[in-house]
Design a binder for this molecule. Structure first.
Ligand code: SAM
Length: 247
């Protein structure tokens, strides 16, 4: 997979792209990162990339020429998805991470200042994406969040392949609790079932705890999962436990 980032602050990416899972994925050739300063594509000798808005008002607007120039230089004849980081965009989630992870090439545009010339949205980008309902100073941190979540889904990027499959949201539910040694810490014990060695019972317990956690924290997710016979049964058990607890 090739990932291009267009930014005015390329230095922000060296730590993230060179460290941990992302750094290793690049070393193994699973992902190829390219960071471009779109100031290089400014059409004047001062390297200007922004200008005052037509119609007046505060803030500076990113000009169309440098962004179109940079995107066209990194894409050539290819037509990859060009993702504009933008608080007004589609809200990012695991489903979109999985969709992006299937692409061979992605281009991220990181904004700064007040906004973008509207023609960038209309005629250049394929996706506008927000990482949440808050405003950052620039798109760099948002692009890093997205790229991290996409790269870890690439085959071979994670040490333990299973962990991406069972992560929260990948299954449609929040992940079950985890425990490790010691079996007892300050009087708090690990649930017996996890040490029973009975794999089927452990899997059932994990699914049930996953459901319990999802009901408590993100009940909205339950509307989107497939209601298997086992899930229906576990939900019924949880309902009965709640009733007994309240009685
Ligand atoms: N005036 C813009 C608005 O109201 O939509 C906000 C501009 S913001 C200060 C500057 C840049 O930060 C944006 O162009 C975008 O690239 C990035 N940004 C800010 N918040 C973001 C978010 N929640 N998700 C993705 N990118 C964001």
């Amino acid at each position: 997979m090739r990932i291009d980032v267009l930014t005015l602050f390329p230095e922000m990416f060296s730590g993230v792209f060179g460290t941990s899972i992302l750094g290793k994925a690049a070393e193994k050739g699973i992902v190829d990162f390219h960071v471009t300063n779109f100031r290089e594509y400014s059409n004047n000798k001062h390297g200007t990339v922004d200008d005052t808005p037509y119609g007046g008002g505060g803030g500076m607007v990113l000009k169309a020429e440098p962004i179109f120039g940079a995107v066209e230089a990194v894409t050539g004849e290819a037509k990859p998805r060009v993702v504009l980081m933008c608080p007004q965009g589609k809200r990012y989630n695991q489903k979109l991470a999985e969709e992006f992870a299937r692409e061979e090439h992605l281009v991220f545009i990181c904004g700064h200042y007040e906004g973008y010339d509207e023609r960038i949205r209309e005629y250049l980008v394929t996706d506008e994406v927000s990482i949440g309902d808050y405003v950052l100073t620039g798109g760099e941190l948002a692009a890093m969040v997205i790229i991290d979540s996409v790269v870890r889904l690439q085959p071979g990027a994670l040490g333990n392949e299973l962990s991406a499959v069972t992560d929260s949201f990948s299954t449609g539910l929040l992940e079950h609790p985890h425990y490790t040694r010691p079996a007892e810490f300050r009087g708090w014990k690990v649930p017996d079932i996890l040490m029973s060695g009975h794999h089927a019972n452990i899997e059932r317990w994990r699914l049930k705890e996953s459901l319990r956690r999802t009901i408590e924290r993100r009940p909205d997710l339950l509307d989107q999962i497939e209601m298997t016979k086992e899930i229906k049964q576990l939900l019924e058990e949880l309902r009965q436990e709640k009733e007994q607890g309240e009685a």
